[in-house]
Design a protein around this ligand. Structure first.
Ligand code: G1P
Length: 324
C-alpha cells in the first residue's frame, strides 16, 4: 500500500484533546491550547505555522470542553460589528485573522487514550496520502524553518519524517528519543530506533522528538494494532518504532535536526520563558518590555534578599507584592 512518490502534503492534524492538568486551575474551564502566549492563543501559532508551510487543511482532534477552540476559529459576529461601528480596523483585523487563517475541521477523540490514538482518529479525514502532525505544546519561531524542510525531505525520500532536537540527557525522559545514523545531508538522519520517554541511562541518544511529524498513511495501519505503551497510552513513538524496523516498502523513518528557536508551552516554567522570549522580540511591545526587563533583572538580587527577609505566611494566603 505504498504512496506515490512526491504526493504533495496538504493536510495537518493537530491533537488538542489533552486535559492540560499542569495548568490547573486555569485549564478547569479553558482549553490549555487557548492559554495566551503574549496576546495570541498557543494554538493560533501552530495553525499559522501549518498554513505558512502550505497546509491549509487543518484537522483539530478535540475532546470535551474544547468549544473555545471552535469559537476562536469561527466568526465573532457581534464583536466584529461593534469594532466595525467604531472603525477600529486594527482590532478587527486581529479578530478576523484566526477566522480566515485555515480551512479547519474537527473530530473528537472520545477517550483520551494517547497521542497514537488521537492520530488514528484522523484516518478518515486524511485518506491514503501523507500528512503532517503538529503538537500544540511546541511553538516554532516563525523566523526559523522546520516544517517546510521536513516536507521537502518527505517529498525527496518519500518517507516518514520527524523533527529532532538535541536536549541534555537530563531531559530526555520527557521525550521520545531516537537512535540515529548520519546521511549525506547534514541536517537529516536516518532513525534506526525510537523509545518513548526513556530514562537517561537507557536513552539511545539525546535526540528528542519535538512535536512535528510528516507521516505516511501506513502509520494508520500500524496504529490500529499498537498496544498501549508508556503510561498505558497508545504511543505514536511505538508505531514509528515499528515503521523504523519494519519492511522497506512502508518507508523508513528519517529525522530533520532542528537548531532554531523552539518555545515549549507545555509546562509552567517553560511557558513563562516562552512568553518572555516572544515578547522581547515583538515590534509593538518589545522595546518597552526589554527596557523594563533589564531593570527588573538588575534589581533581582535585591528583591530576592527582600523576599527572603519577609515573614513566612502561616496560612496559604498569597503575600502582597513588595512593590509594583
Ligand atoms: C509527546 C510524544 C513524545 C514527544 C513529545 C514532544 O509527548 O509522545 O514522543 O517527544 O510529545 O513534545 P507529550 O509531551 O505529549 O507527553
Amino acid at each position: 500500500m505504498s504512496v506515490p512518490i512526491g504526493h504533495p502534503v496538504t493536510k495537518a492534524v493537530i491533537p488538542v484533546a489533552g486535559l492540560g492538568t499542569r495548568f490547573l486551575p486555569a485549564t478547569k474551564a479553558l482549553p490549555k491550547e487557548m492559554l495566551p502566549v503574549v496576546d495570541t492563543p498557543a494554538i493560533q501559532y501552530v495553525v499559522h505555522e501549518a498554513v505558512e508551510a502550505g497546509l491549509q487543511d487543518v484537522l483539530l482532534v478535540t475532546g470535551r470542553n474544547k468549544n473555545a477552540l471552535e469559537n476562536h476559529f469561527d466568526r465573532a459576529t457581534e464583536l466584529e460589528q461593534m469594532l466595525e461601528a467604531k472603525g477600529d480596523t486594527e482590532k478587527l483585523s486581529r479578530v478576523r485573522f484566526s477566522t480566515d487563517l485555515a480551512d479547519i475541521h474537527y473530530t473528537r477523540q472520545g477517550d483520551p487514550k494517547g497521542l497514537g490514538h488521537a492520530v488514528l482518529r484522523a484516518k478518515r479525514h486524511v485518506g491514503r496520502v501523507p500528512f503532517a502532525v503538529l503538537l500544540g505544546d511546541d511553538i516554532i519561531d516563525e523566523r526559523d524553518i522546520l516544517l517546510a524542510r521536513m516536507l521537502e525531505v518527505q517529498r525527496e525520500r518519500n518517507t516518514t519524517v520527524v523533527a529532532l532536537l538535541e536536549v541534555p540527557y537530563s531531559q530526555i525522559h520527557l521525550y521520545g528519543a531516537a537512535a540515529v545514523e548520519g546521511t549525506d545531508e547534514e541536517d537529516v538522519v536516518r532513525i534506526t530506533g525510537l523509545v518513548e520517554k526513556p530514562d537517561a541511562a537507557e536513552a539511545p541518544s539525546n535526540y528528542a522528538i519535538i512535536g512535528r511529524y510528516v507521516l505516511r498513511p501506513e502509520i494508520f495501519d500500524i496504529l490500529e494494532h499498537t498496544r498501549p505503551g508508556k503510561g498505558g497510552e497508545i504511543q505514536l513513538t511505538d508505531a514509528l518504532q515499528e515503521l523504523a524496523v519494519g519492511p522497506e516498502e512502508n518507508g523508513k523513518v528519517y529525522g530533520v535536526i532542528f537548531r532554531g528557536r523552539r518555545y515549549d508551552t507545555g509546562d509552567r516554567l517553560d511557558y513563562l520563558k516562552s512568553i518572555v522570549r516572544i515578547a522581547v522580540d515583538r515590534e509593538d511591545l518589545g522595546p518597552e518590555f526589554r527596557t523594563w526587563l533589564r531593570e527588573f533583572a538588575a534589581e533581582l538580587p535585591e528583591r530576592l534578599v527582600a523576599a527572603d527577609a519577609l515573614p513566612v505566611p502561616s496560612t496559604g494566603s498569597i503575600p502582597s507584592p513588595v512593590s509594583k
